[in-house]
Design a protein around this ligand. Structure first.
Ligand SMILES: Cc1cc2nc3c(=O)[nH]c(=O)nc-3n(C[C@H](O)[C@H](O)[C@H](O)COP(=O)(O)O)c2cc1C
Length: 356
């Protein structure tokens, strides 16, 4: 109800550097995290029909926070209080890094879109691991997204990922292997057949060793993909994932395309939000159909209808980022409540029954 006012205040305050609004939101969420009940009473939507098990984890509802919002796991209790069914932290890299010079986030409110070229600004795997060691995480699945450090050459990428994987293994409900951010030079080439195969193989070997050593369940591995892949590269990627027994896919990351943006812009970076929705849906439908693997659908989800369309396309779970910026803190509640209604209208008794 009040969010349009808050949003317009925040957008004005941060018109030169939208990241300021993001930093402020994280601070507020950090504060809320100390007393999550304050928000939870208004944001939590519980219904057994929305609950499901995916890759051995229990999700109370299918709406998750996409990677990039809380890169360092500083506000996970506050974020959990927004009613999310799961959170994805990161992307975390082996080495701490500043990311690209600011400003590096650009808002396009007319198109409900963002362009970002953050460049994996994060405190690094050691610092994030220490933060996890000191806290009792909320009782929802916490995925951790890992990526390659900028200073690490591509031919040393595997060691870089493995380092972060080892450091964070105990704290992750699942891992997202980020090979699709457009803002780290060369990163997307890791989506190609042989390179991806090497990376997955190394992480799976490490996963087995770590779970044996720590006597904890093996952490599921998701590969997060770009919406800009050709069908052929996508086919090869799916083949590698199936052959290696990857647990799931996350589709999609931001796009370098500018379709659906009404304003001409030269800003470099990945486009997210509404203009990405159509392509994200198309990719999700394709990979679900061809792999049968659990897929987390992400891209341009703002409302329950968007989430429903993504689940109908075959996704088991969904994530949001840009929608949260434009729709505000009650978005997750609204999506869950709306999904429940849509399920009733369409005769689906349980979330996993939703199909086209
Ligand atoms: C400012 C910003 C930073 C992001 N950082 C990451 C990141 O670190 N790792 C990642 O896998 N995706 C990152 N993303 C991509 C989102 O996780 C998501 O895949 C994409 O934005 C599409 O979803 P949306 O349309 O709901 O925003 C970022 C997106 C934005 C807008």
């Amino acid at each position: 109800m009040f969010y349009p006012w808050i949003r317009s205040f925040l957008f004005k305050l941060s018109h030169k550097d939208p990241e300021l609004a993001h930093e402020l939101a994280l601070k507020v969420l950090q504060y809320v995290g100390r007393k999550p009940e304050i928000l939870q009473n208004f944001t939590s939507f519980q219904d057994p029909a929305l609950e499901q098990e995916v890759v051995g984890l229990t999700f109370k509802n299918p709406v998750g926070l996409a990677a990039g919002f809380d890169k360092n796991a500083v506000a996970i209790h506050g974020l959990a209080a927004l009613g999310f069914g799961f959170l994805e932290i990161g992307t975390v890299t082996r080495y701490p890094q500043e990311g690209n010079p600011r400003p590096r986030i650009f808002r396009f409110p007319e198109d409900k879109a963002l362009i970002n070229r953050m460049g994996f600004n994060n405190e690094g795997a050691d610092a994030v691991s220490k933060r996890f060691q000191k806290m009792k995480p909320p009782a929802i699945p916490i995925g951790i997204s890992i990526g390659k450090s900028k200073i690490t050459p591509l031919d040393k990428a595997v060691e870089d990922y493995v380092y972060s994987f080892q450091k964070l293994y105990a704290h992750a409900g699942y891992f997202a292997i980020n090979v699709s951010s457009p803002n780290t030079p060369g990163l997307q080439t890791l989506q190609e057949k042989d390179q991806l195969d090497n990376l997955i193989l190394a992480l799976q070997k490490e996963s087995k060793a770590l779970s044996d050593q720590m006597k904890i369940p093996r952490r599921p591995l998701f590969v997060k993909i770009s919406p800009d892949l050709s069908w052929q590269t996508l086919d090869e990627l799916m083949e590698v994932c199936l052959n290696r027994g990857v647990d799931g896919l996350i589709a999609t990351n931001t796009t370098l395309r500018r379709d659906g943006l009404s304003i001409q812009t030269d800003e470099m970076g990945g486009l997210s939000g509404k203009p990405l929705q159509k392509r994200a849906l198309e990719v999700v439908r394709y990979i679900c159909h061809h792999t049968g693997l659990p897929v987390i659908g992400v891209g341009g989800i703002f409302q329950a209808e968007d989430a429903f369309a993504m689940l109908k396309a075959g996704a088991r779970l969904i994530q949001v980022y840009t929608g949260l910026i434009y729709e505000g803190p009650f978005m997750v509640y609204r999506i869950n409540r709306g999904l429940r209604k849509l399920m009733e209208v369409h005769g689906f008794k349980r979330i996993q029954e939703i199909k086209e």
